[in-house]
Ligand binder design. Structure first.
Ligand SMILES: [Mg+2]
Length: 353
């Protein structure tokens, strides 16, 4: 039975799972293009609030994955839905960030105003009852000032997401969480947050799919957003190793960062999932076996038999139980980390072959 056959819905992260920059991640198009006809509902959930959902859907369609705008939920939309629940219809909300932020507010019948409007017109400033803050490349210091003034004046503060960094084509740059932190330093309240790892974005996806969360598989490349968010929403999760986090991160992460399933890439959706099982302190997965040897700084991971992905699944289960039992340190040991890094190189080699 293929992994996907246990689920009726799929919520897929975008960056590092479906695309990297402009281009598709390997195997993503094949894994997702034919999915809508298969009886499994697919939603795409991204913390990136800069681009409107329709633009993201167009991008996916261009890559060869036909996608309707309703299948994409951004953290701007989830944030707008959250703030709309708490304000009257038609209420005036300061839109801080990219064009996706104001658009998401309009979609839920709120009236977005730009920071400049608040400066220009005292009457506008008086009407503002909420602030929705999301990522925007053209954000200015003055925008952050207006956000802080509005929050201080009593407006409800909603952040789309709190990712401290965001990967761009040129490297790692400050994300929306960094701009939110700047405002937070000038006010006395914490914002409401919609994006992963908080559950509202995933919950909105489940609502649109019309499925209960335990029937939906959340797929992501980041442990502290995608996987932690799935835990918070009560969704089973699949970590793919095509984006930010590595096998060694998953092995050494806290319990809320542990995915239900792990695979190199999205091909796993249509493959039989061989899960690890305990054998004393050792773990087996298919033909693979993982156990710890040695002690102290020299505590090591011994892997035998099976394929690299079977070894990876056995290794993760082995590390997690050892950490929980106090047999291994939380950050693991150098020999264990080296073995996991080497194992991941084998997975990548297999892919390249
Ligand atoms: Mg991602």
């Amino acid at each position: 039975m293929a992994l996907i056959d246990s689920f009726t819905g799929l919520v897929v992260d975008l960056d590092g799972v479906v695309y990297r920059g402009d281009g598709a991640v390997e195997h993503a198009v094949d894994a997702l293009a034919g999915r809508p006809g298969s009886g499994v509902g697919v939603m795409y959930a991204t913390n990136n609030a800069a681009r409107p959902a329709a633009e993201v859907a167009e991008h996916l369609t261009r890559l060869g994955i036909p996608t309707r705008p309703e299948q994409v939920v951004t953290s701007a939309q989830a944030g707008a839905a959250m703030i709309a629940e708490r304000l009257d219809e038609g209420a005036t909300v300061l839109a801080v960030g990219g064009p996706g932020v104001a658009l998401a507010l309009r979609e839920v019948n709120l009236e977005p105003v730009a920071p400049q409007d608040r400066i220009d017109d005292d009457a506008v400033a008086d009407r503002i009852v909420g602030v929705l803050q999301g990522y925007g490349k053209e954000l200015t210091w003055s925008d952050l000032q207006e956000a802080a003034y509005a929050v201080r004046a009593g407006a409800l503060w909603q952040a789309t997401n709190t990712d401290l960094t965001i990967p761009t084509g040129r490297g790692i740059s400050p994300g929306n969480g960094s701009a939110v932190a700047a405002v937070r330093n000038a006010v006395d309240v914490d914002p409401l947050v919609a994006g992963k790892p908080y559950p509202p974005l995933y919950e909105l996806c489940a609502q649109r799919l019309g499925e209960s969360v335990d029937r939906i598989l959340a797929v992501g490349d980041r442990l502290d957003t995608d996987i932690e968010g799935a835990h918070a929403a009560g969704m089973p999760s699949l970590l793919v190793l095509t984006g930010i986090n590595r096998l060694v991160d998953a092995a050494a992460g806290p319990a809320e960062h542990r995915p239900t399933f792990v695979a190199r890439d999205l091909r796993a959706l249509d493959e039989d999932y061989v899960a690890p099982t305990a054998d004393g302190d050792a773990w087996t997965c298919g033909e693979a076996r993982a156990e710890l040897t040695g002690e102290g700084d020299q505590l090591a991971l011994r892997l035998d038999g099976g394929s690299p992905i079977e070894q990876a699944r056995a290794a993760l289960a082995c590390c997690w139980t050892a950490i929980d039992d106090g047999r291994a340190p939380r950050e693991l040991t150098e020999p264990i980390r080296a073995t996991l890094t080497d194992l991941e190189a084998q997975l990548d080699q297999q892919e390249a072959a």
